[in-house]
Design a protein around this ligand. Structure first.
Ligand code: PLP
Length: 350
């Protein structure tokens, strides 16, 4: 992206701020895999407390949190229940099957959110003919569900069904803190139903990398075997963990601004004829834009925006996705929203 451009492609593309970089530069560090990095230790303690869990571990990415959690929870042939839009199904290179040998049954939820009744229907009777039911996965907020927030009651109902079948529960909390800030429900309140939960540092929190996976002491001990085994055990990782400490202090409450910006963006672009939002209600920082009725392709819109220095990705032929984050100001959102309408008009008239 060139200077002065507007990057609505993803909240993964945030850059560490000058203040975050200064904080990182001064971090106390040590040998992480020997438990000797004070910054990593502090981050893990803070996140464990935030999520109401006994222990936590620092990992290079959210994907590794999901994959290691699945490796700990599941044996080969076990079945996982997740919404069909789930990151573990669509964006992790087939990791659950490639690494854990686990089978995922996709549930047909709405905006990434399935119901307790759907889960109850999906869970198989124990039989040597079937994969063995093992794990229930929830994504808060739902990425492909347009940043939709799982209501606490839905999570509770899903957890009750899971527990009645002795299944474990895993929460992909890549954007859990977006849900927390928007709903006012505490992170540990959402997390209480789950055996494992993680938050991403490299999305809306604005860190260059890293994620923290939390659970019981026993669970985290098992996680450490996999962290070591697949090369996720680190050395002076405090330099990046410090970014996480900085973000937890300075970049959580401000997520509310991203949500306001996303809603404003949605408001502006839907003034353009044929532009629809999917879902219609923007709850957090992700906006899926359905342009089918404009008669213009999502790719053409994305390319013309790029010419104007605005980055919004085409997801399908008729759908784009815009994501607000700390590197996008309210003013830039106004500009991008206006440009969106202008580009469609220009393409229609061409
Ligand atoms: C981004 C994302 C991940 C993966 O996180 P990385 O840190 O990019 O590996 C997992 N789940 C969801 C819902 C995500 O949006």
């Amino acid at each position: 992206m060139q200077e002065g451009s507007i990057n609505l492609y993803s909240d993964t593309q945030t850059r560490p701020t000058a203040a975050m970089r200064r904080f990182m530069a001064e971090a106390e560090v040590g040998d992480e895999q020997h438990g000797l990095d004070p910054s990593v230790n502090q981050l893990c303690e803070q996140v464990a407390e935030l999520l109401g869990k006994e222990a936590a571990v620092f990992l290079p990415s959210g994907t590794m949190c999901n994959e290691i959690a699945i490796l700990v929870h599941c044996k080969a042939g076990d079945e996982i229940y997740a919404d069909h839009t789930a990151h573990i199904i669509n964006f992790e290179g087939g990791g659950p099957s490639a690494l854990a040998g686990a089978h995922i049954q996709p549930l047909a939820g709405r905006n990434g959110i399935y119901t307790a009744a759907m889960l109850a229907r999906a869970i198989r009777q124990e039989s040597r003919y079937s994969p063995r039911p093992r794990l229930v996965e929830v994504e808060q907020t739902s990425n492909l569900g347009g940043g939709a927030i799982w209501p606490l009651e839905t999570i509770e109902a899903v957890a009750n069904v899971a527990k009645a079948h002795s299944l474990r529960l895993h929460l992909d909390g890549a954007r859990l803190l977006n849900a927390v800030v928007e709903s006012g429900v505490a992170a540990y309140t959402f997390a209480q139903y789950f055996d494992s939960v993680w938050i991403d540092l490299s999305k809306g929190l604005g860190c260059p990398m890293g994620a923290v996976l939390a659970g019981s002491q026993n669970f985290i001990e098992e996680v450490w075997y996999w962290k070591q085994r697949i090369g996720g055990a680190l050395r002076q990782a405090g330099i990046v963990a410090a970014a996480g400490l900085y973000a937890l202090e300075h970049h959580v409450e401000r997520l509310a601004e991203d949500h306001i910006n996303a809603r404003r963006f949605g408001e502006i672009i839907t003034q353009c004829e044929g532009v629809r939002l999917q879902p219609e209600t923007i709850e957090t920082n992700i906006v899926f834009i359905d342009v089918a009725e404009t008669g213009v392709s999502a790719n053409a819109i994305s390319q013309q925006l790029e010419v104007r220095g605005i980055n919004i990705g085409a997801f399908t032929d008729t759908m784009l996705r815009a994501v607000t984050h700390l590197d996008v100001s309210a003013k830039q959102v106004e500009k991008a929203g206006t440009a969106f309408g202008e580009v469609i008009t220009a393409l229609r008239n061409a």
